[in-house]
Design a binder for this molecule. Structure first.
Ligand code: FNR
Length: 193
């Protein structure tokens, strides 16, 4: 059962679209609990252990990394996806993970799950070109991507310093976006479409 807004803190799952050890996107996710004021917990998951999607494996024992990904999504009340754009698009590892998590179609752990989309880049545009693509991908799974202005963080390498958000406008943007995610979760918990 999802946590309600009035009892236990919500459980958020952060999914990083980058496998890089020094990933800015993973660093953004790890910095988010400071903005949550105890309203929610946030676990961060990377996608190192998720193999390429193969429908043959769905009929057999699921790969352990896939099983853990799907379980983490199931147990989370809501998701925060933070990803770079690669060549103006979604990194393959993120697309692949969503494909695995999207099965069976329209009845998967992603169905109905509120999801905040964050993109980040050291460049000028904050990975914004991947935003609509991630949103469309989530729509195909019947997840509930939060409807709001883009949360795209340019020059991200200057904004997360020593694991903390070192830029006030970025902290305000991310804080407002998390508020919107928790508001979406409250709608879900209230049974609202
Ligand atoms: C990139 N990068 C990039 N950046 C961007 O703003 N727009 C783009 O289209 C691309 N394309 C791209 C393709 C490939 C294959 C790589 C490896 C990189 C740069 C990318 O944003 C940068 O490496 C980020 O730092 C990656 O995110 P993490 O690993 O720091 O989270």
């Amino acid at each position: 059962m999802p946590a309600s807004s009035t009892d236990t803190p919500a459980r958020l799952l952060g999914i990083s679209g980058s496998l890089r050890r020094a990933s800015n996107c993973t660093a953004v996710l790890r910095a988010l609990p400071a903005l949550l004021d105890g309203r929610a917990s946030l676990d961060v998951m990377t996608l190192h252990d998720v193999p390429p999607y193969n429908a043959d494996l769905e009929g057999e024992a699921l790969p352990e990394g896939v099983r853990r990904l799907r379980q983490a999504i199931t147990e989370a009340d809501a998701l925060v996806i933070c990803s770079p754009e690669y060549n103006y698009s979604i990194p393959g590892v993120l697309k692949n993970a969503i494909d695995w998590a999207s099965r069976p179609s329209f009845a998967s752990p992603l169905k109905g799950k509120p999801a905040l989309i964050v993109t980040a880049s050291p460049g000028l545009f904050g990975g914004v070109r991947a935003q609509a693509q991630i949103r469309d991908l989530l729509a195909a799974t019947l997840a509930r991507p939060v409807a709001r202005q883009h949360v795209a963080i340019p020059a991200v390498d200057k904004k997360i310093v020593d694991g903390r958000i070192a830029d006030e406008p970025t902290a305000l943007l991310l804080g407002a976006a998390l508020d919107d995610l928790l508001a979406e979760l409250a709608l879900v918990n209230a049974g609202r479409p």
